[in-house]
Design a protein around this ligand. Structure first.
Ligand SMILES: [Zn+2]
Length: 307
């Protein structure tokens, strides 16, 4: 069991105000800007991942939606930054997005901090083991930097955003695909936690996973952080967060869950579907571009492209 740093004052990574500690005690919310963060501790080396999940079930559960979403994301990216272009995929895991981007004609470099995962990748893919940005050369530059479900796991998002600006070419594009704190599933999990059922909320933060979520952004808080590093918004859009047909496999891939819990979870989520359909998706994508350095701050678009 990891030791959670729960009683330390936490500074908001977006606006630097002191955050308020909530229940559970590792959850912190900024009263000034609404940013949410956790003091959960990553435990890459001592969590037996092989025992936690049924990997085959997990692949069945996540692969189809993940691949469909990758293609939708690439459709949008091609309009903003067409191939060929140098693309860095940070936290690329076994390289599913690297492969999809290569197929579109991008020149792709994958970066994966978990060496076991990097070793599992197809050897024909260009994947390097290491952390962002330490594993990059000082002058190494990219036209596109992509974070797919990775940014919320980083311990220092301000430093990461500055590093993105530094490693992007002059007209470079940063793509962040992240769990949206305004998403229906997340907000319903907050309500359930207040009623005493904190399981879904803890799951949304990936508590007790090897690499839990350390931040929970909304599109507005992510934009504020990007602007502080000299990046402006190009567009934002949502991707579907769940396919009802895959829900059972998703619930069952976590071996710690009993059959009774799984049935209760499946019934609750299916029952909430009509409500979820009216709320924002839990997966949000934002694209940012470098603004002119030392020049006048570019005015924020009133209505960035939204769909
Ligand atoms: Zn704040």
């Amino acid at each position: 069991m990891r030791d959670d740093v729960a009683h330390k004052a936490v500074k908001c990574p977006v606006c630097a105000a002191a955050m308020t500690q909530r229940n559970p005690d590792w959850w912190h919310v900024c009263g000034a800007c609404g940013m949410q963060a956790s003091t959960l501790q990553p435990a890459f080396d001592d969590t037996p991942m092989e025992e936690m999940f049924d990997w085959e079930q997990r692949e069945t559960a996540f692969a189809p939606l993940r691949q469909a979403n990758a293609e939708k994301l690439l459709d949008r990216l091609e309009k903003v930054a067409p191939p060929p272009a140098r693309l860095l995929d940070v936290g690329c895991a076994e390289g599913w997005f690297v492969q999809a981007a290569c197929a579109r004609g991008y020149e792709v470099q994958g970066l994966e901090p978990d060496e076991r995962m990097a070793r599992k990748a197809d050897k024909t893919l260009n994947i390097r083991a290491g952390f962002f940005p330490d594993a990059l050369g000082r002058a190494e530059g990219f036209d596109i930097i992509v974070f797919n479900d990775v940014f919320e796991h980083l311990p220092d998002v301000r430093a990461a955003m500055r590093a993105c600006e530094k490693h992007l070419a002059p007209k470079g594009i940063l793509v962040i695909n992240f769990p949206n704190a305004l998403g229906g599933i997340y907000r319903l999990s907050c309500v359930a936690a207040r009623l005493g059922f904190s399981g879904p909320f803890r799951r949304m933060w990936q508590q007790d996973y090897p690499s839990p979520h350390l931040t929970y952004f909304t599109p507005a808080t992510l934009l504020t952080l990007a602007e502080s590093a000299g990046l402006g918004e190009k567009c934002r859009f949502a991707l579907p967060a769940m396919e009802p047909a895959e829900l059972w496999a998703r619930i069952r891939c976590d071996r710690s869950r009993s059959l009774a819990y799984s049935i209760a979870a499946w019934t609750s989520v299916m029952g909430a579907m009509p409500l979820l359909a009216m709320m924002p998706s839990d997966i949000s994508v934002q694209m940012f571009a470098k603004t002119a350095r030392n020049g006048p701050a570019r005015r924020r678009k009133k209505n960035p492209e939204v769909s």
